[in-house]
Design a protein around this ligand. Sequence first.
Ligand SMILES: C[S@@+](CC[C@H](N)C(=O)[O-])C[C@H]1O[C@@H](n2cnc3c(N)ncnc32)[C@H](O)[C@@H]1O
Length: 266
Amino acid sequence: MDNAAQLVQEASFFDRWAEESKKRLQPIDPEVVERYRHSGKNYQKEYCINLLGSLEGKRILDVGCGEGEDAVLLAKLGAIVTGFDVSPGAIEVAKERARINGVSSRVDFVCSPLAAAKLGTNQFDVIWFDNILHHVLDELDFVMRKILSSAKPGATLICIEPANLNKPLRRIRFLVPVHTEVTPGERPLEKRDFAVIENLIPGLERRHFLFLGRLIRFIIPDYRYERAPWLRRRLADTISLIDRVVLTPPGLDTLGGFAVLSGTIP
Ligand SMILES: C[S@@+](CC[C@H](N)C(=O)[O-])C[C@H]1O[C@@H](n2cnc3c(N)ncnc32)[C@H](O)[C@@H]1O
């Protein structure tokens, strides 16, 4: 499939999701904002927000922002966010999400493929990728160089991506009957993909998540952590803590199903 055809396919896949999301769109739960205001380090998005410190007035580029969940949360925490995505439907939902959350003046959403984005140079304090690079692995080096050129010197990079560093484990995971929907071109990042990113930004930190943490979906349906009963939250917290311990020693980190890359863009 050529690039243009793949973009059309990606956009229409996420447009269909957006149609469904539009029907359920609600203001963000204030408890979610409070949780991230006091982010810990054992859940991956909390870990990322914790790494960024105060977001007040920081300019963040949310690459492949989808329906704007991260962008609106980051804006609620004080950031000024630009998000872009190839799906017009997702961008429409993102704009509406910003409106109902009262942060439209702090966010800007643009519909564009990564490779064609017009971002300018020296613009952003943080470049934020959440679950997007695994959709563009065929052009990873080109896309990364282009986007990184929009960062201010010394800006922070955050990448949250699915990882496949242990092939036997991945085969076992596919035996667990969990419903997942994926686009045809996507796959988790492998060693060679991490090498492309780590080559562009030396000294990146890589932390792995979700070994046992994958089970949390059965403990807290829809991941509505803040609204889950106390006991279920404690169980999820314990699993996340075990993951942190298990995935820390070198060699065992390959058991994690997700990775967070973070560091300073030169
Ligand atoms: C799994 S979603 C993640 C969305 C968001 N970052 C989040 O974590 O909620 C992947 C997003 O990437 C977008 N996408 C896929 N390929 C893209 C491309 N080449 N250029 C721009 N966006 C793309 C899709 O439209 C979709 O919204």
